[in-house]
Write a protein that binds this ligand. Structure first.
Ligand code: NDP
Length: 286
């Protein structure tokens, strides 16, 4: 029997826990404030940002998008981040990726105050995650952990294969699985005989960005398959990295695309914004 994850229902459940926390902050005179920096006007980024903005506004989070031209200089962008870091009314900052080629992604991410790091991408927070210490974490892998927990997927001692090693998905996902006592393998474009690696997995998580890349021959019967891909086909339809029709019957639990991992990513960003606000309130000198 295959269980198909309902990512939208789980995201709504998680979001329903936020209003009491937001009200409690408001009672202390604090409104969680999220600032999203967009450089240029990439249509996919605009769509992702609109989803985040709409959800935040619905929750009563003070959200604003700071639009900068695609020609913005590194110094101007860093100055904007520094101003947000210094503003006590701002609790969470994210810079929407990808950035135009003339900007240094790593330096931009590193400029964000780790205490306001909504995406959990700063080197400080990435280091904390890999050290097994608490801190802000990237939203997509956090959402996947929420799925694994809700669907009672055993992690301790499980063999997990993460296909993809990006900063936003693969690497932090591998760290979270390791912190949860899974035995983790990270595969990527240079992995030899990938199918023989993924076939050993109790849990396969795939984030490569290639439509229907994971086929039935790459999956062990009974495995859990998590599809992170958001891949646009020539006809404009969105699909995932998994050949869902062929793979689903083999699995015990699988995420669809859409309505799988995607809704959790937005929900986890909201959770993180509230959590960052709470920790800044706690640390504020009275
Ligand atoms: P990246 O392009 O940054 O990384 C892709 C990874 O896949 C790389 O590590 C690359 O390996 C690996 N890869 C590429 N080709 C192969 C191959 N043939 N065999 C094995 N590994 C391969 O992508 P992201 O992590 O940013 O995103 C991946 C997908 O997830 C995209 O479809 C994206 O849209 C989606 N996504 C969805 C989110 C959501 O909320 N659901 C959030 C973020 C992303 P190498 O490092 O060697 O190049």
């Amino acid at each position: 029997m295959t269980t198909v994850v309902d990512g939208r229902a789980l995201a709504n459940d998680l979001l329903n826990a936020l209003p009491p926390r937001i009200q409690s902050l408001q009672a202390q005179g604090v409104v969680p404030a999220l600032r999203i920096i967009q450089v240029g006007d990439d249509p996919a980024s605009t769509l992702y940002i609109r989803n985040k903005e709409r959800r935040a506004a619905k929750l009563g989070i003070d959200v604003a998008v700071i639009q900068l031209p695609a020609t913005v200089s590194q110094a101007e962008l860093l100055a904007k981040i520094a101003a947000l870091n210094a503003d006590p009314a701002v609790h969470a900052i994210l810079v929407q990726m990808p950035l135009p080629g003339h900007l240094d992604d790593a330096a931009v991410v590193a400029a964000i105050d780790p205490a306001k790091d909504a995406d959990g991408f700063t080197p400080t927070n990435a280091g904390r995650l890999w050290s097994g210490d608490p801190g802000p974490v990237p939203a997509t892998p956090a959402g996947i952990m929420a799925i694994l927990q809700r669907y009672k997927v055993p992690l301790r001692g499980a063999r997990a294969v993460m296909v993809g090693r990006s900063r936003i998905v693969g690497r932090p996902m591998a760290a979270m699985l390791l912190n949860a006592d899974a035995t983790v393998t990270v595969a990527h474009s240079q992995t030899k005989d990938l199918a023989s690696v993924t076939r050993t997995a109790d849990i396969v998580i795939i984030a490569v960005g290639i439509p229907h890349f994971l086929t039935a021959a790459m999956v062990k019967p009974g495995a859990v398959v998590i599809d992170v891909g958001i891949d646009r086909l020539a006809d404009g339809k969105v699909t995932g990295d998994v050949d869902f029709a062929a793979v689903a019957p083999l699995t015990s639990v699988i995420t669809p695309v859409p309505r799988g991992v995607g809704p959790l990513t937005v929900a986890e960003l909201m959770i993180q914004t509230v959590a960052l606000t709470e920790s800044q309130v706690r640390h504020e000198p009275s």
